[in-house]
Design a protein around this ligand. Structure first.
Ligand SMILES: Cc1cc2nc3c(=O)[nH]c(=O)nc-3n(C[C@H](O)[C@H](O)[C@H](O)COP(=O)(O)OP(=O)(O)OC[C@H]3O[C@@H](n4cnc5c(N)ncnc54)[C@H](O)[C@@H]3O)c2cc1C
Length: 301
């Protein structure tokens, strides 16, 4: 059988693409290598998805999944390893087999670079996204770990919400653009802690107690905060598809407004693509655009 659309990744972007392609009358196979819902399934609380004042990430993901399945999308729990071009279709090669489809939506999302000592406290005071979770720390004290543009921007964003923000970096000097650095210097409630790494973390008094080790031979310090934001960068999950799509220096996939890549019939949606805002709403928006564009592409074959 040749499916109309193969969707790779059952995060919000991929599941939305499946919904739109099914509603356009196309057969859909949806691949997922880990767990349904992608990143958001790990979040205990979502407060910025329109239509829900407060919902757990898992409940939100399950709702979208049930909707996609009720419309007739087929799920394949398997990791896609590559996409090969064939005569008039694409062959989706996964760990346990191969499936053919006329169009493909890559919605593989990203992984956040982890900070080993705090990983055990994910969802219990440790976050990877200031826009997502910053409001939970309104008026409180947080730490941001990282030294690049993302870390500095997250610290600036949090400074407008939190009472105090510690910005912890293992080196001297941050690797952010000049304009971003100027905004950082203008924030009186950001305390820059350079030449330090987080060596240990534990739960304490409703927050997190960090041990900071010096990279220049000073003594260890303890730092008590309400929350920790890890901003060490992203790893988009696109590398397996480099033969068909353009990938930038940060690993993100290039595409046009309709989510089309350089290969006709291959689309990208969600956090894995180049864009300014990586949120649930934009993942869903990409999924809608890619699902509809894939259906239109098939109609034109
Ligand atoms: C802890 C946390 C809290 C967040 N809170 C919010 C919030 O409150 N509000 C908000 O708007 N956003 C929030 N976000 C961001 C939001 O979750 C992402 O923007 C959104 O999930 C992106 O969806 P996606 O479908 O593009 O990618 P993902 O959610 O990353 O899903 C991609 C899926 O593809 C699968 N996959 C990858 N490669 C393959 C492969 N080769 N084969 C098969 N499957 C594959 C992955 O396993 C994954 O399930 C949060 C993120 C995190 C981590």
């Amino acid at each position: 059988m040749v499916y109309d659309v193969a969707v790779i990744g059952a995060g919000i972007a991929g599941m939305t693409a499946a919904i739109y392609a099914r509603r356009a009358g196309k057969t859909v196979i949806l691949f997922e290598k880990e767990s349904i819902g992608g990143q958001i399934a790990l979040s205990p609380k979502v407060e910025n998805y329109p239509g829900f004042k407060d919902i757990s990430g898992l409940d939100l993901a399950n709702n979208v999944f049930e909707q996609a399945m009720a419309l007739g999308a087929e799920l394949e729990v398997d990791e896609v390893k590559s996409i090969e071009r064939a005569e008039g279709f694409f062959r989706i090669v996964s760990n346990y087999g191969a499936h053919d489809a006329k169009a493909v939506v890559i919605a593989t999302g990203l992984k956040h670079r982890k900070l080993d000592p705090v990983t055990k406290l994910e969802g219990q005071g440790v976050s990877y996204c200031a826009v997502c979770d910053g409001m939970f720390y309104k008026g409180k004290t947080v730490a941001v770990v990282g030294g690049g543009n993302t870390a500095v921007s997250e610290a600036i964003y949090l400074a407008d919400i939190c009472e105090k923000v510690y910005l912890i970096h293992r080196r001297t000097g941050y690797r952010a653009e000049k304009a971003v650095m100027e905004r950082l210097y203008s924030k009186a409630n950001i305390v820059r802690l350079e030449n330090r790494v987080v060596s240990e973390a534990e739960k304490a008094d409703g927050g997190v107690s960090l041990t900071l080790a010096s990279t220049v031979g000073e003594a260890d310090e303890k730092l008590a905060v309400d929350g920790v934001f890890v901003a060490l960068g992203h790893i988009p999950q696109n590398s397996a598809f480099a033969a068909l799509i353009n990938i930038d220096e940060y690993g993100f996939a290039a595409s046009d407004e309709s989510c089309l890549t350089r290969t006709p019939g291959v689309f990208v949606a969600g956090d894995c693509r180049q864009k300014a805002v990586r949120q649930l709403t934009t993942a869903a928006a990409d999924g809608a655009a890619a699902g509809l564009a894939a259906a239109k592409y098939i109609d034109g074959l």
